[in-house]
Design a protein around this ligand. Structure first.
Ligand code: GDP
Length: 465
């Protein structure tokens, strides 16, 4: 079962609490486990998840509790367990920006040479996993965040690898290093890293060769390059569509390259990502990013809580903030106000309007829709084109509101329900659509409060939409 279907199966199961009886809860757990198994999640992990959910249910849910409470508790327990299923509890290194103004400092009149050095990231993985593509995606990701970044192509095995990296780098205006003539990847890697280090680059990304399968020559080459360039971080690029095989592959690479982080590619919603994710989680290595398409912007930070929130259609305000931060909108007043509001635990209708407008500029829609509560459900039912027109309608709806309404928390409409009808008429949409926008904004606002309270500590940000 592909990831998008897993999400909708889990949402349906969690939304189907009717009586809250023990029998019903047990059959919901069974359905959740079956869906996970069909998505290729490791059987041992599913068994552990099932036992943990059952234990927590019997500890936390009483028979005489209200149905709403039972529903909420079940959702929270399942959410927490799914999060820990994909969480390695390890933190990847965070690159620092170098001090570009001077390389020397003075202390008590003495010159001190700065020990700051570039953060070197080495990419490893099999051919076709998406290494070269992910190198550029990561470079663009850091460039957008103000890092000085360079790319080195040490893949001399695959014909055309240097050209591919060069084209990508040129398109994104990222300095690159490589050679058409040199055949020794260790030499190229060393020269490229030395050059960029000399030029005080904050981050240097080195793409290495990937052979067709796990063979000794590949591992030997990786070890030699690693010894030569001494990377601060080694990232393994793993094809997310290979299911359970990911575990063996990750283990084999771990033994020779000792990578510390993983980028899972091709997680575009059409793969059984559950297999790779759970297999990888079992190697105790953090997945740092997931590739969600062939475009250079199709790279998402992987955070267990965000990933599960999106999978369950809860929406994900943290990714939303990060996504918006990546848009380089520092000078945009509306954007600044939204960030301030979120920090204060607020999310007004105007914030919603600003973000939706930004989204339409940014795309791709598939990535964005999953951050809004309830949108992934709509997307899986009606497809991208209709979702796009629904998002446009949401913008028309908010454009038809008054300034006072936009700056409110949305409850102003509860006091004046006739305004809902007016806004519907003004925007050419239905009353139900206006109510839906209000409901989504309310959920985002709850998430903003939770984000402030928990400062990213996890927990159920809302209810499945
Ligand atoms: P490498 O041999 O590991 O360097 O692999 P490439 O970077 O050349 O990628 C192999 C193929 O996978 C190319 O056609 C890429 O466009 C494609 N690819 C890479 N990442 C993704 C992704 O996240 N989603 C999708 N759909 N395709 C991807």
């Amino acid at each position: 079962m592909v990831l998008a279907d897993l999400g909708s199966r889990l949402r349906t199961a969690l939304g189907s609490v009717d009586s809250g009886s023990q029998d019903e809860l047990q059959s919901i757990i069974k359905e959740i486990c079956t869906a996970l198994l069909e998505s290729d999640v490791n059987i041992k992990l599913v068994a552990k998840l099932r036992d943990n959910i059952k234990a927590k249910l019997s500890k936390n849910i009483n028979d005489d509790e209200s149905l709403t409470n039972k529903k909420k508790k079940l959702q929270k327990i399942v959410y927490d367990e799914l999060c820990s299923l994909v969480d390695s509890n390890e933190e990847p290194p965070k690159p620092k920006k170098l001090n570009h103004s001077s390389t020397t400092k003075r202390k008590n009149g003495k010159k001190i040479v700065s020990k700051e050095s570039s953060h070197v990231i080495m990419f490893v993985g099999l051919q076709g996993a998406g290494k070269t593509t992910s190198c550029t995606k990561l470079a663009v990701y850091y460039k957008k965040r103000g890092y000085k970044i360079g790319l080195v192509c040490a893949d001399t095995f695959r014909a055309g690898a240097f050209d591919q990296l060069k084209q990508n780098a040129l398109k994104s205006s990222i300095p690159y290093y490589g050679s058409y003539l040199e055949t020794d990847p260790v030499k190229i890697a060393y020269e490229g890293v030395s050059k960029f280090k000399q030029d005080k680059f904050d981050i240097i990304i080195v793409d290495t060769s990937g052979k067709h399968k796990q063979e000794q020559a590949l591992f030997d080459e990786m070890i030699q390059i690693g010894n030569m360039i001494q990377p601060n971080q080694t990232i393994m690029v793993l094809d997310g569509s290979i299911g359970q095989a990911a575990e063996l592959q990750a283990k084999a690479f771990k033994e020779s390259a000792n990578f510390g982080s993983i980028i899972l590619t091709k997680m575009d919603g059409h793969v059984k990502g559950g297999g790779a994710i759970s297999a990888v989680a079992a190697t105790n290595t953090p997945i740092v990013f997931i590739g969600t398409g062939e475009h250079v912007g199709d790279l998402e930070i992987f955070k267990p809580t965000s990933f599960i929130s999106k999978l369950l259609g809860i929406g994900d305000i943290q990714s939303l903030i990060e996504h918006v931060q990546g848009l380089n909108l520092q000078d945009d007043e509306g954007h600044k106000k939204t960030i301030e509001n979120i920090k204060e635990g607020k999310f007004t209708l105007r914030d919603f309007q600003t973000q939706m407008n930004n989204f339409m500029k940014m795309g791709p829609l598939t990535n964005i829709a999953s951050m809004i509560p309830g949108m992934s459900n709509i997307m899986s039912q009606v497809g991208e084109e209709e979702t796009s027109s629904k998002i446009k309608n949401m913008i028309y709806i908010m454009d038809s509101m008054t300034s006072k309404e936009l700056d409110s928390d949305g409850y102003i409409f509860t006091e004046q329900p006739e305004r809902i009808v007016r806004v519907a008429r003004g925007s050419g949409c239905s009353v139900v659509e206006v109510e839906m926008v209000l409901q989504q904004q309310r959920m985002m606002s709850t998430m903003a409060v939770n984000t402030k309270n928990m400062a990213g500590a996890g927990g159920l940000p809302g209810g499945p939409g």
